[in-house]
Design a binder for this molecule. Structure first.
Ligand code: GCB
Length: 608
C-alpha cells in the first residue's frame, strides 16, 4: 500500500470515519492490482536510472487493429510465404518525452491510438530489482515487454511503474506501448475541457534499478503544529521486519535510526535545532539522506508549517496573502506539452517576474521538473486532478479512477514542502453523487497526507439582488479548509453594480481565494476599454482594474490567481481572428509578449 497511515488514524478518528476511509481505499487498491501498475518508488530522479527517452518508432493505429494483430510481438517474416502487415522499422519516429500532436502536422488533431516501440539493453545486475517508470502517458496505455503485456495505466498526468525484474534481458529488449487519448464519458477529464488534449508519452521514461530490499517510499515533513519536530515514515520493500533505517540531515547535525515494523515501515519523530523553515521569501532546502544497510537515496527537502486559523492562511506562524498564477503544462510558442527542465524555467521565470508567491497548477498534476523547480524558486503550489466540469460523478469506475489518480499525485509530491493545497475539483455543481465522489477524494488525500490544506474551486457565486451582495450556496464548502472561487466579472458576467460597490458574503469564517478571473485580449490589438468584443488589451486591462477594485470588498480574501499566465490552445475557441484555437485570457501572449493587464497585476502584487 502507499505510505498509508491508517493505523495511526485510529488514535484520532472515530471508527465510523475509519471504515468509510478503508472501504474505498481497499477497493481502489484492488483495481490498481488489476491494472498491473504498482506502488510508486519515491524520488525516481534520485535513483539509479537508465533513461529510455529519445526517438521511438511509432505506428498510427486509427482503427485499433494493432492489439488484435499482436503487433507488440514485432514478428519478422522467416519462411518464404510469411509476411506481416506492419513493422516498427523504417516508419514514423516520435520523440519521447513529448506529445505526438506537435511532432507532425498529420497528428495535430489526432485522437486515437498510437503505438510506440523501442529496443534497449539492460546489463544484468545481481541482487537488483528493476522497474519501468513512466512520468506520464496521455491518456491511457498498455505496456508490452518482449511480447508480453506487463501492465496498463489510465490517467494522463500521473506517474506509474511496472516491475520487470526477471523479465528484462541483458540485451535486445523490445518495449512497445499502446497509447490512446480518445475522450470518453467515464474518463478524467471527460468529453470536453478547455485545453488541448495532447496525446503521447509526454514525460520521461526510465528503467529504475534498486537493491532487492529497497527504500520504496518515505514521507519526511515538519510535524503539523511544530516548528522544530520532524516526522518521518519510511517504507521498505523486500526487507525483513526489524531492518534498521537511518535519516541523516548533515546541515542540522541529524542522524536518527529506527527499525521497520511488520509492514516494512519505520516511523520516527525527532526535534531539531536552528531549523530555517522554507518560505517563498527564503526557499531553504536541506540535503536529506535516507539509508539502510543495502540502499541509499537522497534529495533536498524543505520544512514549513501551513494551516488555517479562522479566515487566515498561516505559513510558519504568520498570515500570508497568496499572489498566485495559473498556467497549463504547455509551451505556447512550440504548441506542445512542457516536459523538460528548460520548459519549467520558461514557465516559472515568467511567474516570478509577475511577483507571484504561488502557482495553481492548472488543471492537473504537472511534471516533476516544474514542481521541483517551483519549490527551489519559492513558489507555494496548488495541485489538482482534472475533475473539470462534466465528470460522471455517479459512475463508480470513474470514482475509483479519480481516487487512484489523486493518490498517485499525493504519493509523488508529498515530500515537496512547496505543496500547500491539494485541489479536489474545479467547477462542479452540487448533487449527492458529487458530494460522495469529492468526499472520497478528500479521504484518499488524507489517508496519505493529513498535513496539506484541501481546496476546491467553485463557479457558483451569484449576485443576490435583494441583499445587494455576492453570495454562494454550496454546502460542500464545509468539507474544505480553503474555499476557492472562479468568477469572470466583466467577461462572462456583466457587472450588476459598479466594482467599488460589489461586496461579497461568501464562505465567511474560512479563507477565500479567487482562483480564476480575467478576460480575453489579443496581444497588440487596441480598441475601446468598454467593449468586450474588441478583444483589446485596453478592455482586458480595464477588466483587471475593476476586479482588483472589487477584491477590496471581499473581507475573507486571502489570495488571488488570475486566469491565466499565457494564452493557451483550446478547441473551445472558434473565433477565426481573435482566437483561432487559442484561449486569449493570457497576461502574456502565445509568443511571450506581456499585455497591458500584466502590468496592472504586477503592480497589485508588488503592493501586497
Ligand atoms: C474556467 C475554467 C478554465 C477555463 C476558463 C475560461 O472557469 O476553470 O479551465 O479555461 O474558465 O477561460 O473560460
Amino acid at each position: 500500500a502507499p505510505v498509508c497511515r491508517i493505523p495511526k488514524l485510529r488514535n484520532t478518528m472515530k471508527m465510523k470515519t475509519l471504515t468509510k476511509l478503508i472501504m474505498p481505499l481497499a477497493l481502489s487498491l484492488l483495481t490498481t492490482a488489476d491494472l498491473g501498475a504498482q506502488e510508486l518508488i519515491a524520488n525516481v530522479y534520485g535513483r539509479e536510472t537508465q533513461s529510455l527517452n529519445g526517438k521511438w518508432d511509432a505506428i498510427v493505429d486509427l482503427y485499433d487493429q494493432g492489439r488484435k494483430n499482436k503487433i507488440y510481438l514485432n514478428r519478422k517474416p522467416e519462411g518464404k510465404t510469411d509476411f506481416y502487415e506492419y513493422s516498427f522499422e523504417n516508419g514514423l519516429r516520435l520523440d519521447v518525452p513529448s506529445d505526438w500532436n506537435s511532432q507532425t502536422p498529420e497528428l495535430k488533431y489526432y485522437e486515437g491510438t498510437v503505438w510506440y516501440a523501442r529496443r534497449f539493453d539492460a546489463p544484468k545486475q545481481e541482487g537488483q530489482r528493476q522497474f519501468l517508470h513512466f512520468g506520464a502517458v496521455s491518456y491511457r496505455c498498455r505496456v508490452y515487454l518482449n511480447g508480453e503485456e506487463i501492465g496498463s495505466h489510465e490517467g494522463g498526468f500521473t506517474p506509474f511503474q511496472i516491475e520487470v525484474t526477471g523479465k528484462v534481458k541483458p540485451s535486445g529488449n523490445f518495449l512497445a506501448v499502446e497509447v490512446n487519448n480518445t475522450r470518453t464519458p467515464d474518463a478524467i477529464p471527460a468529453m470536453a475541457f478547455d485545453w488541448w488534449n495532447y496525446g503521447g508519452i509526454t514525460r520521461d521514461v526510465s528503467l529504475v534499478s534498486v537493491p532487492d530490499a529497497f527504500i520504496e517510499d518515505y514521507f519526511i515533513r515538519l510535524g503539523k503544529d511544530s516548528a522544530d519536530r520532524i516526522d518521518a515514515d519510511i517504507r521498505l520493500s523486500g526487507a525483513t521486519p526489524g531492518t534498521a533505517v537511518e535519516i541523516e540531515i548533515p546541515e542540522l547535525k541529524v542522524r536518527k535510526t529506527a527499525v521497520t515494523d511488520e509492514r516494512g515501515t519505520a516511523t520516527m519523530s525527532f526535534n531539531v535545532k536552528k531549523l530555517d523553515r522554507w518560505s517563498p521569501a527564503a526557499p531553504k532546502l536541506y540535503r536529506v539522506i535516507v539509508s539502510t544497510g543495502r540502499d541509499r537515496v537522497e534529495e533536498s527537502i524543505g520544512f514549513r508549517n501551513i494551516r488555517v486559523e479562522g479566515e487566515e492562511i498561516v505559513l510558519n506562524g504568520a498570515p500570508l496573502f497568496l499572489k498566485s498564477i495559473s498556467f497549463h503544462e504547455e509551451i505556447p510558442q512550440r504548441m506542445g506539452r512542457a516536459h523538460s527542465e528548460a520548459d519549467a524555467v520558461m514557465l516559472l521565470s515568467e511567474a516570478k517576474a509577475l511577483g507571484c508567491n504561488m502557482i495553481r497548477l492548472a488543471h492537473y498534476p504537472q511534471n516533476e521538473y516544474i514542481v521541483r523547480l517551483a519549490e527551489k524558486m519559492g513558489f507555494l503550489l496548488w495541485e489538482e486532478i482534472p475533475i473539470w466540469q462534466g465528470i460522471d460523478f455517479g459512475n463508480d469506475r470513474t470514482r475509483e479512477k479519480a481516487g487512484r489518480m489523486i493518490k498517485e499525485m499525493v504519493i509523488r509530491d508529498k515530500n515537496r514542502c512547496a505543496l500547500a493545497f491539494w485541489g479536489v475539483a474545479n467547477e462542479t455543481q452540487p448533487s449527492e453523487a458529487r458530494n460522495a465522489f469529492l468526499r472520497y477524494l478528500i479521504s484518499c488525500c488524507r489517508s496519505i497526507d493529513d498535513t496539506r490544506l484541501i481546496v476546491a474551486a467553485f463557479d457558483l457565486v451569484r449576485f443576490d439582488r435583494e441583499r445587494q451582495l455576492f453570495v454562494m450556496n454550496d454546502p460542500f464548502i464545509e468539507e474544505l479548509d480553503v474555499v476557492a472561487i472562479n468568477k469572470y466579472m466583466g467577461w462572462y458576467h456583466p457587472w450588476p453594480l459598479t466594482p467599488d460597490k460589489a461586496v461579497w458574503d461568501v464562505a465567511r469564517g474560512k479563507p477565500l481565494i479567487i482562483s480564476e478571473f480575467g478576460g480575453e485580449a489579443l496581444y497588440g490589438q487596441h480598441g475601446p476599454a468598454d467593449v468586450a468584443s474588441s478583444w483589446s488589451e485596453e478592455y482586458q486591462a480595464a477588466l483587471y482594474a475593476d476586479n482588483l477594485r472589487m477584491f477590496e470588498n471581499i473581507p475573507n480574501l486571502r489570495g488571488v490567481s488570475p486566469w491565466i499566465l499565457f494564452d493557451f490552445r483550446s478547441p473551445f475557441r472558434f473565433h477565426p481572428t481573435n482566437q483561432d484555437g487559442w484561449n486569449r485570457k493570457g497576461l502574456v501572449s502565445d509568443q511571450g509578449y506581456r499585455k497591458k493587464a500584466w502590468y496592472l497585476m504586477k503592480e497589485y502584487y508588488d503592493k501586497h
